[in-house]
Design a protein around this ligand. Structure first.
Ligand code: 5GP
Ligand code: MN
Length: 343
């Protein structure tokens, strides 16, 4: 288990004990790690009788709607007035699973300019200096793993009850694709082992997350792969695209396209995969890669994004087909990384 710096721990303990209104925040398009990490701390602070609110910039994924206190998370985009009031009143922000203010969307300015104390816990590379206290560990599988360590140092492992263990497990499991990547460090399994000792029902959680979709979501996946998949063997790359019409035709719900981007990586010799999804005014881009191919560099250099080496995302202001054209055009620049991987 990683031990947090003593000074960090003392200051965090002081900030938390002094705070009257604690606000937990995470990134836009929150995923299992964002929600799992946030809800774990939310439950823990509630158990300590703290006044705490969990706010996210926009829509929550439907596939997590079974989680304890999911309905208490405030969607800032839908509740701006209440959201602004909560941000204004905060005297401590716990910032989870993001490394840059841009990931907070509209909430960013308010939070960054706030005089409230701030603690950032995150596993993305190169965190921006947006908090006095920053716990950064890029070797961590997930922010949830780091929240476990934070709880161990700042509170006590005894504070992790079954509900909190479940939240942390969701974060670790979803950010590692059910322990298929980013999870070779024994620390991760040590933590998971301790979570399982809280008698969480691993099989139930897995079933709720991966087998909780609508029929139309499965058909959307079928359409995406059958009709909208392009493979570019010369670049060991493949991508999927989904237009607004596709999403409409299959009754898209937030979270429905989660995981689609991984499928092209199952093709022999494909080491770089992308998905482009047409949204209101932007094209959402997600990238996944294998080995040393840097998905985050491609995203940062071309699609206003970032992330981890093997999992990154971004956004393009161009339309769907222009974004795809751009992607095909820039691929030759990254051939040097592709060749290295060829087997
Ligand atoms: P996803 O493809 O699941 O949306 O995101 C994969 C990874 O890329 C996550 O670690 C996430 O933090 C990062 N990411 C996704 N979208 C963006 C974005 O718009 N900007 C940045 N900087 N990172 C992103
Ligand atoms: Mn994460």
């Amino acid at each position: 288990m990683e031990k947090l710096d003593v000074k960090f721990v003392e200051k965090a303990q002081q900030d938390i004990s002094q705070a009257k209104n604690i606000v937990i925040v995470s990134h836009k398009n929150p995923d299992g790690d964002a929600i799992g990490s946030g809800l774990a701390l939310y439950h823990l602070l509630k158990n300590k009788n703290k006044n705490v609110v969990f706010v996210v910039p926009n829509q929550l994924p439907v596939y997590l709607n079974w989680m304890n206190a999911y309905a208490e998370i405030l969607n800032f985009e839908l509740n701006k007035e209440k959201g602004l009031e909560i941000l204004d009143q905060a005297d401590l922000f716990l910032m989870l699973d993001f490394n840059h203010r841009s990931r907070l969307s509209d909430m960013g300015d308010k939070i960054i300019n706030s005089k409230a104390a701030k603690i950032l816990i995150d596993h993305h590379p190169n965190p921006e200096e947006i908090a006095e206290l920053i716990y950064s560990r890029t070797s961590a599988s997930s922010t949830a793993e780091m929240v476990y360590e934070f709880i161990e140092s700042v509170f006590s492992l005894e504070d992790i009850n079954k509900t909190i263990a479940e939240c942390l497990f969701v974060g670790i499991m979803t950010d590692t694709g059910s322990f298929s990547y980013n999870s070779s460090n024994p620390i991760t399994f040590g933590i998971v082992s301790n979570l399982l000792k809280r008698e969480i029902d691993k099989d139930y959680i897995t079933d709720k997350i991966y087998n909780n979709y609508s029929e139309s979501r499965l058909r959307l996946l079928g359409h995406a792969i059958n009709t909208n998949l392009r493979v570019l063997p010369e670049y060991q790359a493949a991508y999927i695209f989904l237009s607004k019409k596709d999403l409409e035709n299959y009754n898209f719900q937030p979270g429905d396209t989660e995981g689609f981007v991984n499928y092209p990586l199952s093709i022999h010799n494909v080491v770089f995969s992308a998905i482009f999804i047409e949204k209101e005014g932007v094209t959402k881009c997600s990238f996944r890669s294998k080995g040393s191919f840097p998905a985050n560099i491609v995203s940062k250099e071309n699609f206003n994004g970032g992330g981890h080496i093997n999992a990154a995302g971004g956004e393009s202001k161009l339309g769907l087909s222009e974004t795809i054209n751009k992607f095909e055009e820039i691929l030759p620049k990254y051939e040097k990384f592709l060749k290295q991987n060829k087997s």
